[in-house]
Design a protein around this ligand. Structure first.
Ligand SMILES: Nc1nc2c(ncn2[C@@H]2O[C@H](COP(=O)(O)OP(=O)(O)OP(=O)(O)O)[C@@H](O)[C@H]2O)c(=O)[nH]1
Ligand SMILES: [Mg+2]
Length: 376
């Protein structure tokens, strides 16, 4: 473990987790990586400090010495903790919700998803602004950072007005939306969404699948978000989409946003469900449960799904076979995912990518015809 005081400088992002949440470290680092933060120092706290979340002596040491450029608390933060950290350190502070909203923002392609994110950000911000006003009225100062009590009061009014406006707009959009609109709009090329938990290796797989492929004319890409790419594979042209990862430590307040961001991507002709087969078997099965729940929730059980068991390079061959057997049986017993195939790969080493492409081709011919028939 790296201690906070050793490695901090003005380029560092300080990532703070509770000791009991140590298992989420990789997940948190991977989210920061998506945002291109590479110089990250991890700090664990045994028990969150009431005033600062981080232990007081560490805060004081940072105040008197090197400060990071950003502190990310991988947990919910009380409004006054945000207030005191900002006031005493004068650096940007994000909590878990702010971090996840930033990630969603990158993946949000529809107006609905963007508005949902904006609404959640405002709703999340309001108690913080209220706390700032309360503290300032008690005579506290936010130092050079804040706009003063009147500034915060007018900000609060603006946020409340915006939140009402966005809620109305969202209600209208939701009424208009039909669930299958996403699929229909993508008619043309078979659309393959790569889904699964964060860190499972979706982006690595996306790169392995699309890396060598030639882009055929720029036109089709204009309507796609940057996470989708047209690829020419043995059986024809298909569009692969890399999606935002399911996050284990997902605060309830933003589950709606997650759904709106993932919805547009998930209505596809095929799902590649990426599973990190090198994890603890209990962990794998519990993640499979959540994937099945999400598939159930969106009522997309009809979409043919290829399970991609990734990171086989981390295991012995015998282990891989044993684990796959257990997981496949478990998935079948759930009866919620339309599994048409499974393939073991190493996306990183590009092992068995050809086998996966063949599996895709075997299933896509059938499925795309079906999808076209349904809407023609
Ligand atoms: N050993 C091994 N590591 C892999 C493999 N595939 C991916 N990884 C590693 O797993 C980590 C996460 O990979 P990503 O491709 O970013 O995972 P992701 O599912 O896109 O994660 P999010 O975008 O956060 O949802 C990276 O450190 C990869 O290098 C693999 O086949 N073998
Ligand atoms: Mg990714």
């Amino acid at each position: 473990m790296v201690t906070a005081r050793d490695h901090i400088n003005s380029n560092t992002v300080l990532l703070v987790l509770k000791k009991e949440d140590k298992k989420y470290t990789d997940e948190a680092l991977s989210l920061l990586n998506v945002l291109n933060f590479e110089n990250v120092t991890v700090h664990y706290v045994k028990k969150p400090n009431h005033r600062y979340y981080i232990q007081q002596d560490i805060v004081f040491r940072m105040r008197n010495g090197n400060r990071p450029k950003l502190i990310v608390i991988y947990d919910k933060l009380r409004p006054w903790q945000h207030y005191y950290l900002t006031k005493d350190l004068g650096v940007e502070i994000w909590d878990l919700i702010m971090l996840i909203l930033k990630i969603f923002e990158i993946h949000a392609g529809t107006k609905e998803a963007k508005l949902q994110i904006e609404l959640s950000r405002i709703k999340h911000q309001i108690p913080f602004v209220k706390e700032y006003i309360r503290m300032m009225k008690l005579g506290e100062q936010v130092g050079f950072m804040g706009p003063g009590v009147y500034g915060y009061e007018s900000l609060l009014k603006t946020l409340k007005r915006k939140s009402v406006k966005i809620s109305r707009e969202l209600a209208k959009i939701k009424r208009r939306r039909e669930l299958q609109v996403f699929s229909r709009s993508k008619k043309g090329f078979p659309h393959i969404a790569i889904i699964g938990y964060t860190c499972a290796g979706k982006t690595t797989l996306y790169n392995a699948l699309t890396g060598d492929s030639k882009r055929i004319g720029p036109e089709p890409f204009k309507t796609l978000n940057p996470k989708s790419r047209l690829s020419n594979i043995a059986c024809g042209d298909v569009i692969f989409t890399d999606t935002v990862g399911f996050i284990r430590k997902m605060p309830e307040e933003i589950i709606d946003v997650f759904h709106s961001v993932i919805a547009e991507m998930i209505y596809s002709d095929m799902l590649l469900i990426v599973v990190d087969i090198s994890e603890d078997i209990d962990e794998i099965l519990s993640k499979i449960d959540s994937v099945a729940r999400i598939i159930d929730m969106f009522k997309i059980n009809y979409i043919p799904s290829v399970i991609v068991f990734n990171k086989v390079d981390r295991l012995d061959e015998k282990d891989v076979d044993e684990r796959i057997k257990i997981v496949v049986n478990y998935i079948k017993s759930l009866n919620k995912i339309n599994v048409t195939d499974h393939v073991a790969v190493s996306a990183l080493r590009k092992t068995n990518i050809d086998v996966l492409l063949k599996a895709i081709c075997r299933n896509i011919d059938l499925t795309h015809t079906k999808i076209l028939m349904r809407y023609s």
